[in-house]
Design a protein around this ligand. Structure first.
Ligand SMILES: [Zn+2]
Length: 216
């Protein structure tokens, strides 16, 4: 994680104006509209692609409080993926109730640090379920000075002290495949946190799998 980047709420209004302008051009002058950049990410489409391949649990099923949008930055095009571990106590819970409680604990700790929302975009639990976290409409806050265009994936657990489950590894592989396909991210741009800043994250028992995703 890193300190949240503060941004003006006018960004969302600018995005809206850009979308409106692009939509009008597409309707009236499709040839010209193709040359006008419009919104470069489609969070709903990315989530739909994930849900078509993996069990995806929506944010609303574990937390219904709104983010502090004044502390969030609108996301542009995603061009890389960074994998993290939780790094606290080993965590093996499989029930919806316990995982949801854990996510709310993480969210609470990030809010206490004045983050606009939980730092990561997507979370994988021990069973390989994908939990929607921070909206993909906003940049994450998970790597120091490296959040631009960077999708943050958190695996629950401490992989310095436990092994990831085979279900988590399989889900991570599939999730990265879907994100790469949806966003046009090259394999070479899949990172562990420690590749981008001084950290043991995502842990010595998980990092080899992340490295494998990048190289094979
Ligand atoms: Zn990390």
């Amino acid at each position: 994680m890193q300190s949240e980047i503060h941004s003006s709420s006018s960004l969302s209004r600018r995005d809206t104006l850009r979308l409106t302008f692009g939509t009008l051009l597409a309707a009236c002058l499709p040839g010209i509209a193709q040359a006008i950049p419009t919104r470069s990410i489609r969070p709903a489409a990315i989530l739909n692609a994930i849900a078509s391949q993996l069990p995806l649990i929506p944010r609303s099923s574990w937390d219904r409080t709104p983010p502090n949008r004044a502390r969030l930055s609108s996301a542009g095009r995603y061009s890389r993926i960074t994998v993290h571990h939780e790094g606290t106590s080993p965590f093996y819970a499989t029930s919806h109730t316990y995982v949801a409680r854990e996510l709310r604990t993480i969210l609470g700790s990030h809010r206490a640090r004045r983050y606009g929302d939980i730092a990561y975009h997507l979370v994988l639990d021990y069973t390989g379920r994908v939990w929607e976290a921070r909206s993909l409409s906003y940049e994450g806050a998970h790597v120091l000075s490296n959040n631009s265009g960077n999708i943050g994936i958190l695996l629950l657990g401490n992989f310095e002290r436990q092994l990831p489950s085979s279900a988590q590894i399989a889900a991570l592989d599939e999730l990265c495949r879907v994100l790469r396909s949806s966003c046009g991210i090259p394999r070479s741009r899949i990172y562990g946190h420690r590749d981008l800043s001084p950290s043991v994250c995502p842990g010595r028992q998980l990092y080899p799998y992340v490295s494998q995703l990048r190289h094979t």
